[in-house]
Design a protein. Structure first.
Length: 272
């Protein structure tokens, strides 16, 4: 919740997938409550469709920093994996496809995943050891001391355990091969911040070619006063309102390079 709240402050796009969702758990609407794994898998297909669209923009020369970061939080990942399997047989390939593509490609177009699981074993979430190197491992609560015990330096391990002792919210992190204790003194206050309404909820459909398409509903409409302004002003407004470059191109048409240039100004305005 604290991570989501911090990212919502900067108006980033968020989507929360949780088969065990309850009112107030995330201070925002999650997809998949009541063990609706079908909705979760459909949303994952929408995220992959968005990643494909972003890579088309990337191929046209759009820089990584020009993409709005999309954070995908998935709780109870082993339960989701179990819902797609029958023993060793895969019943639904969408999770495996998502995990494989996300772990190896998504960072280039600023799509980030937070995978919540009670098991640190890669096989329980169907990623391999190589892909796990693309993730930062964070251990919370009772799992924090277990992570610290992986520290090979005996003296440093004891120092870390001493730092962890007595903390209300115990947390440790493995980052680039090193293990650290996290400062969680203000974590409760940070987690209580309401998540902004900029939730990314893909409407998953198939186009004429049978490909999955993700859409972005609930974007604000351009005021009439802006409609009477220049094309460049319209591009800036759309970008500041949260539209992606691809969406602006679909709405206004015209020169892609011009849209990229003025959309960057709009995103800077939104950040300020």
């Amino acid at each position: 919740r604290a991570v989501l709240a911090e990212r919502a402050k900067t108006h980033e796009q968020l989507i929360i997938l949780d088969p065990h969702d309850q009112p107030g758990k995330w201070t925002a609407q999650a997809v998949g409550g009541g063990r609706d794994f079908g909705s979760i898998l459909a949303a994952l297909a929408g995220v992959l469709a968005e990643m494909d669209h972003r890579f088309k923009d990337y191929d046209r020369g759009r820089a990584t920093d020009d993409f709005d970061r999309l954070t995908v939080l998935i709780d109870e990942v082993p339960a989701l994996v179990a819902a797609t399997m029958d023993g060793a047989k895969t019943l639904d390939p969408r999770w495996k496809s998502f995990a494989r593509k996300l772990g190896s490609e998504a960072r280039k177009v600023r799509i980030c995943a937070l995978l919540l699981t009670q098991s640190p074993l890669v096989q329980d979430i169907q990623i391999n050891t190589y892909m796990r190197e693309n993730f930062t491992r964070v251990a919370l609560g009772d799992q924090a001391p277990a992570l610290l015990n992986e520290e090979k330096d005996t003296k440093r391990r004891q120092t870390l355990l001493d730092l962890l002792r007595g903390r209300t919210y115990a947390a440790a992190m493995e980052y680039r091969g090193e293990i650290h204790v996290l400062n969680t003194d203000s974590i409760h206050q940070r987690g209580e911040h309401a998540v902004a309404s900029r939730l990314w909820v893909p409407t998953v459909a198939q186009n004429g070619a049978g490909n999955v398409v993700g859409t972005f509903p609930n974007r604000p409409l351009m005021p009439e006063s802006v409609q009477r302004k220049s094309r460049q002003t319209q591009i800036v407004w759309y970008a500041a309102a949260g539209y992606t470059t691809r969406e602006i191109l679909a709405l206004l048409g015209g020169d892609y390079t011009e849209i990229v240039r003025y959309a960057r100004l709009g995103r800077q305005h939104r950040t300020l």
